[in-house]
Design a protein around this ligand. Structure first.
Ligand code: GLU
Length: 444
C-alpha cells in the first residue's frame, strides 16, 4: 500500500510544539514508507485564516526540514464539499435543521438536567415538508447535519490506541455546514482525505470522537476509511497542558538558540518507548519510527531538557553547517575549540568578541601586583595545549592565591568581564601574545 499522510493546520495562527509534533510524525511516517507528505491548509474559516499565517507555517516547516511534497488548501475545494453534501443529502445521510443556537442550547440543558447525555434529538428529521416550506418562506436558512447510522457500530484499530469502539446512538449527528453556507471542519476533512488518497491520518487524541463520526462519513461517501493513529497530547513540564506550550513555536525556539534538529530529535521520540538521542540527522529517526512505540500517557515537553539535547547536537555541528551564523573572522579552528563549550550557536559570538578584543581593563589596587606576576608567568610558561592549567598552577604556587582570588582577576584582565565562557579553551584562542599583553596592560 502506498503511504500518504497529511498535516492539516488551520492558518489562523502560528505552529506550536504540539502541532509541530503532529507534522513531524506525519512526515516521518511518509518518509519511512517512501510515501507522500501533504500540507493541507484548513482555511475554511475565511475570517480567521490569513496568507501571512500560511506563509509562516510553510517557513516553519522548511526550517524544521519537513517540507511537504504537495500543498492543498480547503478554500480551493468548496465545490468538492458541495458535491459531497449533495450526495449525502440524496442518500438520506444529510438533512437540514433549523434550530437556533439558543434552542439547541436549551435542549442540551434540559437533557443534562434530566441526567441524560446531551445528544441531538433529531427533531429536524421529523419536520414535515410543509414545515420546511414555511421556514424557507420565512427566510430561515438551515444548517446541515450528517445523519449517523445508528445500526452500524463504529470500530477501528487505532495504531496507537488499539481497538476503538463507539456506539453511534450516543453521538449527536454532527453539524457539517452552517446557516451562512460556511463549512465546519468535519466533512471537508473527510472529503479531502478521500480525494487526496490519504492512507494514514495521524493526529492528536482530541480528534478521536471526530474520527468516529468521520468513519461513517467515509463509508457514506463510498470510501474505505484510512488508518488512524491518535497520539497522546503533549503537556508542559509542570504536567498540565500549559498556555506556554501553546505559544511555544519556531520563533521562540530560534530565540532560545534551539537547532531544528534538536526539536525534531526531541519531538520524534518523547512519549515513545525509544530514547531521546542527540541525532544530527533525521535518518535514524525515520528508520526507527513506529507507532507501536507510542505510549498512551501524555508526553511531557520540557524546555530545559530540550536545551540540554540542543547543546549535544551543537557539539556535533560541522563548521560548514554553521559558518553562515558565526561572526566574521571566526574560522574552522576557532569553531573546533569553542564548539564543545557552547549551549547554542549564537554563543559563539560572545566568545569571539572576547578573543578578538579589544579588552579594556584596569586591575584594582589589590590585584595589580598579582596580575603583573600573571603576565610574567604567562610569558615564561610553555604555551602548549593547556596554558590555562599551567598558568593558574604556577600562580597558585607563587602567590598562594586560590579560588575566586586566583581566577577572577585573571578573567577580568584577560576578558574585561566578570563572567563568561570557560577560560581554558578561551585562552587557547586568545593566544600567548595577546594574553600577555592584556595582563600587562591591566596591571599597568
Ligand atoms: N485543522 C484540524 C486541526 O488542526 C485538522 C485535524 C486533522 O488532522 O484532521 O485540528
Amino acid at each position: 500500500m502506498s503511504v500518504t499522510t497529511r498535516f492539516a493546520p488551520s492558518p489562523t495562527g502560528r505552529l506550536h510544539v504540539g502541532n509541530i509534533r503532529t507534522a513531524l510524525h506525519n512526515w516521518l511516517w511518509a518518509r519511512r514508507n517512501g510515501g507522500t507528505f501533504i500540507l493541507r491548509l484548513d482555511d475554511t474559516d475565511a475570517g480567521r485564516s490569513t496568507e501571512e499565517n500560511a506563509e509562516a507555517i510553510r517557513a516553519d516547516l522548511a526550517w524544521l526540514g519537513l517540507a511537504p511534497d504537495a500543498e492543498h488548501r480547503q478554500s480551493d475545494r468548496f465545490d468538492r464539499y458541495e458535491a459531497a453534501l449533495e450526495r449525502l443529502r440524496a442518500s438520506g445521510r444529510a438533512y437540514p435543521a433549523y434550530e437556533t443556537a439558543q434552542e439547541l442550547d436549551l435542549k442540551r440543558k434540559i437533557q443534562l438536567g434530566r441526567g441524560r447525555p446531551p445528544v441531538y434529538d433529531r427533531a429536524a428529521l421529523a419536520l414535515t415538508t410543509e414545515e420546511v416550506a414555511r421556514y424557507d418562506g420565512e427566510g430561515r436558512r438551515p444548517h446541515w447535519r450528517f445523519r449517523l447510522d445508528h445500526n452500524a457500530p463504529i470500530e477501528w484499530r487505532d495504531l496507537v490506541r488499539g481497538g476503538q469502539h463507539f456506539d453511534p446512538a450516543l453521538l449527536s449527528d454532527p453539524v457539517i455546514r452552517r446557516e451562512d453556507g460556511s463549512w465546519l471542519y468535519m466533512l471537508p476533512s473527510a472529503v479531502d482525505d478521500i480525494d487526496m488518497g490519504i492512507s494514514h491520518v495521524v493526529r492528536g487524541e482530541d480528534h478521536v470522537t471526530n474520527t468516529a463520526l468521520q468513519i461513517q462519513m467515509f463509508e457514506a461517501l463510498g470510501a474505505a476509511p484510512p488508518a488512524f493513529a491518535h497520539e497522546a497530547l503533549l503537556v508542559g513540564s509542570e504536567g498540565k497542558l500549559s498556555k506556554r506550550l501553546g505559544s511555544l513555536g519556531v520563533e521562540a525556539m530560534r530565540e532560545a538558540g534551539i537547532e531544528p534538529m534538536a526539536l525534531v530529535a526531541k519531538l520524534a521520540r518523547i512519549g515513545t518507548s525509544l530514547p531521546v538521542e542527540p541525532f544530527a540527522t533525521a535518518k535514524p529517526l525515520i528508520e526507527s519510527f513506529d507507532f507501536a512505540t507510542f505510549g498512551r500517557a501524555p508526553a511531557r515537553f520540557d524546555m530545559e531538557e530540550l536545551a540540554a539535547l540542543n547543546a549535544r547536537i551543537v557539539h556535533q555541528l560541522d563548521y560548514e553547517q554553521v559558518r553562515g551564523r558565526l561572526p566574521r573572522g571566526m574560522d574552522e579552528e576557532a569553531w573546533a575549540v569553542i564548539r564543545p563549550n557552547l549551549h547554542n550557536v549564537a554563543e559563539a559570538a560572545d566568545w569571539w568578541h572576547i578573543v578578538e578584543g579589544p579588552v579594556e581593563h584596569r586591575a584594582g589596587e589589590d590585584d595589580r601586583a598579582f596580575v603583573a606576576s600573571a603576565a610574567e608567568v604567562a610569558e615564561a610558561i610553555e604555551w602548549n595545549d593547556a596554558p590555562w592549567k599551567a598558568l593558574t598552577a604556577a600562580l597558585k604556587a607563587r602567590t598562594g592565591r586560590s579560588g575566586k582570588g586566583l581566577f577572577l582577576p585573571l578573567r577580568q584582565a584577560l576578558t574585561g568581564r566578570d563572567s563568561g565562557p570557560e577560560m581554558a579553551p578561551l585562552l587557547l584562542l586568545i593566544g600567548k601574545e595577546q594574553s600577555v599583553r592584556r595582563l600587562r596592560d591591566s596591571a599597568a
